[in-house]
Design a binder for this molecule. Sequence first.
Ligand SMILES: [Zn+2]
Length: 150
Amino acid sequence: MLGNIARKLRLLGYDTKYFPDIDDKKLIDTAIKEKIIIISKDKELILRAQKYNLQIIHITKQKQIEQFFEIINKIHLKNFKINGNVARCTKCNSLTEPIDKSNYKEKIPLGVFNFNENYWRCKSCEKIYWEGTHIKNLQVFVGKINERLQ
Ligand SMILES: [Zn+2]
């Protein structure tokens, strides 16, 4: 339910696991083992997780930016900058690294290649990122957040 939020957190560099389809018991076990914070809209899951003393963020708002603030208010996230050196892959959550576009010419659509200078790549699944629509939308989103944080 919160896939968009998960992708944004990853691009911003936060280690974010996303389970679109996992049963509560398994998720709680994972959270205990890996000391992760549970972010969910699922009231039942939240109630169950509370019994285990886990760090939980219950998302109640509809709008994405308001959901983001529910997270920020609870765990004081900072550093809302998109940076290819710290971003994580939206697909697999691995770290990314900057690349020289000339080495990846065949993997980048020509229209993109000609108009973008900065690229980075997932160290694990090798997905390539550039400052296309996705990043620009995120930049606008992040800009709104930073404005409200001042
Ligand atoms: Zn990846």
